[in-house]
Ligand binder design. Structure first.
Ligand SMILES: NC(=O)c1ccc[n+]([C@@H]2O[C@H](COP(=O)([O-])OP(=O)(O)OC[C@H]3O[C@@H](n4cnc5c(N)ncnc54)[C@H](O)[C@@H]3O)[C@@H](O)[C@H]2O)c1
Length: 369
């Protein structure tokens, strides 16, 4: 299978993203190219990755002094305590700026290891080998790293671009279907916010991605998604403008996840799918999108059996709490809720164009669920 490649380039960073079955075999050569001075490598693994794949990664760095760390992944990993522990370990091992931290895991490992890489000795080399669908289509691109605070998710962090991203498709084989849907939600978001043609392509290929896990189709979906995300991030790395469009559906999703106490009953991708549908319904309600756009999306969800209602998760009784959490979304610049809404498939409203008071949102959410 051909390995696809795309590049990230802005004023401060430039790196390649390789995608494909067997792409991991490029790691050794690529490290030589992008981190020529590296002597020590820290491999930060998600424990759930199958041993066979861990061995493949280790083989690629056998010519370096290698230190391996493995973590059981959940959001609690993204804490200062764990960051501190790993920093101290690597300082003890004399890691310096020429050395390298490699994340091999989903968004949690990527955010955590990337954050450590960004602060250790004011920045050591970082490479990301995303192992979940979501991290391959979204989290590994764009340079956001971070940990959680007691007051909310991802409230502490840095912008720190990796030197290289390799999306090895065989990582996805062991991934549960629910995690595939999480990645799918972000692919769909990328189509909704910027590319109608891509949405038409997704319409034809959804089953091949989620049910059949067709590698050729998955490869194309990841590549296209990365390109869309890159186009937003290179325009606006620090989220002062257009990057906020990537939050389409996510303000609702944040409210949904927080109102359910981040329980596993509703995961991030499911919350994003419901969030995008609510945002589209609100867009119709506010006469920003047409009924045919709304119906097309409702129909697409139905045909593909995608999560589409709060009821299934008993969240229709927690609307006030959802809005309460939407109010505290870190993207809000004042007491109003800042939303990206849909004009039609492929086009959204501008950042900061739609802001609703929590009181108004409380009224509207009852009408759109
Ligand atoms: N930095 C960014 O731009 C960005 C963007 C989106 C999300 N995020 C962050 O990413 C995190 C979510 O990432 P995620 O969805 O990848 O989840 P995750 O990292 O929590 O992984 C999901 C689950 O899959 C397991 N897993 C990982 N790889 C596996 C594999 N190959 N086979 C079997 N199981 C595997 C993990 O152990 C975990 O149970 C959140 O913390 C979110 O805040 C960051």
């Amino acid at each position: 299978m051909k390995i696809s490649k795309t590049n990230f380039k802005n004023n401060s960073a430039k790196y390649s993203i390789f995608i494909g079955l067997g792409a991991i075999k490029l790691l050794r050569k690529q490290i030589g190219l992008v981190c020529p001075e590296t002597k020590k490598v820290a491999l930060i693994f998600d424990k759930r990755i199958p041993n066979k794949l861990k061995t493949k990664v280790k083989q690629q760095v056998s010519n370096y002094e290698v230190h391996t760390y493995q973590f059981f992944v959940d959001e609690k990993l993204k804490s200062f305590k764990n960051v501190n522990q790993l920093n101290e370990e690597l300082i003890k091992k004399n890691f310096n700026r020429n050395d390298l931290i490699v994340a091999i895991g989903g968004g949690v490992i990527g955010d955590f290891a990337g954050f450590v890489a960004s602060i250790l000795k004011r920045g050591v080399n970082f490479i990301n080998l995303p192992s979940t669908f979501l991290s391959q289509v979204d989290a590994s691109i764009g340079g956001k790293t971070g940990i959680n605070s007691s007051k909310g998710k991802n409230l502490i962090g840095t912008f720190y671009q990796p030197k290289l991203v390799i999306s090895e498709l065989s990582f996805l084989k062991s991934l549960p279907k629910r995690e595939m849907i999480c990645g799918f939600a972000e692919i769909l978001k990328h189509a909704f916010i910027s590319d109608k043609k891509f949405f038409n392509w997704i319409e034809k290929n959804t089953k091949k991605i989620i049910e059949q896990r067709n590698n050729l189709i998955i490869n194309s979906a990841i590549l296209k998604s990365c390109k869309i995300k890159i186009s937003f991030v290179t325009r606006d790395e620090r989220e002062k403008g257009d990057r906020a469009i990537l939050n389409f559906g996510h303000t609702f999703a944040h409210g949904i996840e927080a109102a359910s106490n981040f329980s596993k009953k509703v995961n991030h991708g499911e919350a994003v799918l419901i969030g995008m549908l609510l945002a589209t319904k609100l867009s119709f309600h506010k006469k920003i999108c047409s009924i045919s756009t709304l119906n097309k999306i409702i129909n697409f969800y139905k045909i593909n059996n995608l999560p589409n209602s709060l009821k299934k998760y008993s969240l229709n009784k927690k609307l006030n709490r959802i809005v309460e959490h939407m109010k505290s979304d870190k993207k809000n610049k004042d007491s109003r809720i800042n939303l990206i809404l849909l004009k039609n498939i492929g086009k959204t409203t501008r950042p900061n164009a739609v802001k609703l008071s929590p009181k108004k949102m409380n009224l509207l959410i009852k009408k759109i669920i």
